[in-house]
Design a protein around this ligand. Structure first.
Ligand SMILES: *[C@@H]1O[C@H](CO)[C@@H](O)[C@H](O)[C@H]1NC(C)=O
Ligand SMILES: *[C@@H]1O[C@H](CO)[C@@H](O)[C@H](O)[C@H]1NC(C)=O
Ligand SMILES: *[C@@H]1O[C@H](CO)[C@@H](O)[C@H](O)[C@H]1NC(C)=O
Ligand SMILES: *[C@@H]1O[C@H](CO)[C@@H](O)[C@H](O)[C@H]1NC(C)=O
Ligand SMILES: *[C@@H]1O[C@H](CO)[C@@H](O)[C@H](O)[C@H]1NC(C)=O
Ligand SMILES: *[C@@H]1O[C@H](CO)[C@@H](O)[C@H](O)[C@H]1NC(C)=O
Ligand SMILES: *[C@@H]1O[C@H](CO)[C@@H](O)[C@H](O)[C@H]1NC(C)=O
Length: 332
């Protein structure tokens, strides 16, 4: 090595070591200090459970279990507690994870109590799923303040009361699952404001009653599941030639639909209507569905030879007033 080169190397070496030592703490702890502080508060609110042993204050929180940091900003953007025996209540400190976009609390059977109001601070929250917990009380109306929400799942809890109107003020909300609770009252007409194409509305296994809001005539649902409630009146407004709805389950209610008059589009692939007060006869257009059940109703007349109508099991049609023709007995 020439003396000039050696000199250069000697000069560069300390610089190199300096920059390396600057680099090390940064790469070791990408976690934002505010997020780390909040996470440690969450851990302590949960009584430092064994499950969160990886949440060690001396390590980078972006490496901890049950969360994800954003690749570029390193802010915690997703938090998930799934299927653990974490006891207690939902820590209200979660509301201080300012940059949270997804929150998933699932199958924590010893988690109970209300949804903390601090959640309204989560301005970027898009995905909120709190299912299979023992949540009680009403669905808080303040959820309407989560304006970034696109997906809300509060299924499999013990929520009571009615569906708050405020949900309809969340502009991009396109998936709502409130099934398997003990909700009562009418379905709010305002939910039709969420008609932005393909609203998935899952309200099955509750105690909802009354008629469907007329405003639903104008809603193009993706998936609609209203099964196992106490809903009544004409449900034909959820169908329509121009709708791209692919899934409708209105089974086990008290709906009265004159099926002869109802319009079915070709998009409708799943159609479950059993255990209602559906009358009239089966229209040809229903032949385009792939899954069908109209059993336990008051239908009459011949099952038309159309599409897949003859390929379904007879139990898809049995227990009606006077339906006949394949796959049931032939008409007399
Ligand atoms: C839930 O809590 C009860 C009593 O506090 C306890 O006996 C039970 O083991 C807990 N269940 C789970 C899954 O942690
Ligand atoms: C949660 O619900 C399950 C099932 O209903 C029950 O076994 C459990 O005791 C409940 N836990 C609490 C804390 O209420
Ligand atoms: C709630 O409904 C949505 C939309 O259909 C579905 O993706 C989700 O799995 C459901 N939640 C549960 C806990 O089944
Ligand atoms: C609906 O209400 C009836 C009594 O009115 C009750 O027995 C039943 O358990 C309730 N069902 C649900 C799913 O809440
Ligand atoms: C369905 O769409 C067609 C063509 O766009 C239109 O002429 C018709 O009025 C629509 N029908 C309903 C019930 O909206
Ligand atoms: C059902 O609709 C058909 C076709 O519009 C009509 O002929 C029939 O009378 C209706 N049935 C009843 C019971 O209203
Ligand atoms: C239709 O629903 C009835 C009542 O729930 C059920 O017994 C039958 O097995 C179902 N048939 C088909 C083909 O889904």
């Amino acid at each position: 090595m020439s003396p000039a080169r050696r000199l250069l190397l000697l000069r560069l070496l300390p610089l190199l070591t300096l920059s390396l030592s600057l680099l090390r703490p940064a790469s070791a702890d990408l976690c934002h200090p505010e997020d780390k502080e909040v996470l440690l508060r969450i851990k302590s609110a949960l009584n430092n459970p064994y499950h969160l042993a990886s949440w060690d204050p001396d390590t980078d929180c972006c490496t901890w279990y049950c969360l994800k940091c954003h690749d570029a900003t390193h802010r915690v953007f997703s938090l998930f507690f799934l299927q653990d025996d974490l006891p207690g209540q939902i820590p209200s400190a979660i509301g201080d994870l300012t940059y949270l976009q997804g929150l998933n609390l699932q199958k924590l059977s010893n988690f109970s109590g209300p949804i903390p109001e601090s959640f309204t601070k989560l301005k970027y929250l898009q995905f909120l799923s709190i299912s299979w917990l023992n949540l009680t009380g009403p669905i808080p109306s303040f959820l309407g303040q989560l304006k970034s929400l696109t997906y809300l799942d509060l299924s499999f809890n013990k929520l009571t009361g009615s569906i708050p109107d405020s949900l309809s003020t969340i502009p991009g909300l396109n998936s709502i699952n409130l099934s398997r609770n003990q909700l009562t009252g009418k379905i709010p007409a305002s939910l039709a404001n969420l008609k932005g194409n393909g609203l998935n509305l899952i309200l099955s296994h509750n105690n909802l009653s009354g008629k469907l809001p007329v405003t639903f005539t104008g809603v193009n649902f993706g998936k609609l599941d209203l099964s196992r409630n106490k809903l009544q009146g004409d449900a034909s407004l959820v169908f329509g030639m121009n709708k791209t709805t692919y899934y409708v389950d209105i089974s086990r209610n008290q709906f009265e639909v004159n099926l002869s008059k109802a319009e079915f589009s070709e998009s409708l692939t799943y159609l479950y209507m059993d255990h209602n007060k559906i009358y009239g006869s089966i229209p040809k257009a229903m032949g385009s569905s792939h899954f069908l059940n109209v059993s336990y109703n008051q239908l009459c007349g011949e099952i038309p030879v159309s599409g897949r109508l003859q390929s379904f099991d007879y139990t898809a049609y049995f227990h009606n007033r006077c339906l006949c023709g394949a796959p049931l007995d032939s008409c007399k």
